[in-house]
Write a protein that binds this ligand. Structure first.
Ligand SMILES: C[S@@+](CC[C@H](N)C(=O)[O-])C[C@H]1O[C@@H](n2cnc3c(N)ncnc32)[C@H](O)[C@@H]1O
Length: 271
């Protein structure tokens, strides 16, 4: 009985109002939390729009693809900043966000001197938001690397540069991720390309661990910055990073820690 009402509300009300209304309904309260209606401190600081959550059924995408895609929800800037700060030589790498949503990691990546910064996203509406965000930030920081955002199926992404940091925040279902890793393996074979695969909340870490073309480079639990707590579904995220083989950079300590999927939407390190 509640599902059709919730679906109708989701479709008809603007995002802020609908999340506020839905969060008041006791049976739905667990699904509609405050981080879905609050403006993130990052957006307040930079005048961008990266907040909230958008379910696949509310996105303008081919319905046949929805089963294998996760909702839009932005990574925490503090987590993106900390993992990117550990990666070597940004001025020799391109940065690509696989399923970039409204583009928060692209905006954070522009704090570093990447050769290029690109986001790929299925939803035209989210791409438009990400492009507006990129242009808002470019006005404030005109010297930074330009951000490009393209509409497309990121699972079909063709590597263009020699050195690439792929950023991936649990965008696909397991089936699509497996196909994507196979697609990357074929593109790496017989080349000297160097790839870092940054996976935030690596619920399907075993897919990359099983690949002969990737080896683990870092595995850590990173806490949200104190001012970000309440603006995302958790208080920390597991982040695992793989590099393409043969490896060029020595792995960080504890890189091979075991990661377990504790529920379909959450990965934690086994300690
Ligand atoms: C969890 S959000 C992450 C957004 C962004 N990467 C971040 O960290 O803030 C996942 C995004 O991937 C997008 N997505 C899912 N499947 C996709 C696909 N096959 N191609 C492109 N984008 C996809 C969704 O629309 C959603 O915006």
């Amino acid at each position: 009985m509640f599902r059709p009402i919730a679906a109708a509300l989701r479709r008809r009300l603007p995002r802020t109002i609908k999340a506020r209304v839905l969060s008041l309904i006791p049976f739905l309260g667990a699904r509609y939390r405050t981080y879905q209606i609050l403006t993130h401190p990052f957006d307040r600081e930079f005048g961008t729009d990266t907040s909230g959550q958008v379910a696949p059924e509310d996105l303008d995408v081919d319905p046949s693809l929805r089963r294998q895609m996760q909702a839009y929800i932005g990574s925490q800037p503090s987590i993106v900043r900390r993992v990117l700060a550990r990666l070597p030589e940004p001025d020799r790498f391109a940065f690509v966000d696989i399923g970039c949503g409204k583009g928060r990691p692209l905006l954070v990546a522009s704090e570093l001197p990447y050769v290029s910064i690109t986001g790929i996203e299925l939803s035209q509406e989210l791409v438009q938001v990400a492009r507006r965000n990129a242009s808002t930030l470019a006005k404030r920081f005109p010297g930074r690397t330009a951000i490009a955002v393209v509409v497309g199926n990121a699972a079909e992404y063709q590597l263009e540069q020699e050195r690439v940091v792929l950023f991936y925040y649990h965008a696909f279902g397991r089936e699509t991720l497996s196909a994507f890793v196979g697609h990357l393996e074929r593109q790496l074979t017989g080349t000297s390309r160097q790839l870092f695969f940054v996976y935030v909340n690596p619920v399907d870490a075993d897919v990359l661990d099983a690949s002969p073309r990737f080896s683990r480079w870092m595995t850590e639990a990173l806490s949200y910055a104190p001012d970000e707590v309440g603006y995302g579904p958790d208080q920390h995220d597991t982040v695992a990073v793989w590099q393409s083989t043969p490896p060029c950079y020595p792995p960080l300590p504890n890189a091979r820690r075991r990661v377990t999927r504790v529920n379909p939407l959450r990965a934690e390190i086994d300690d």
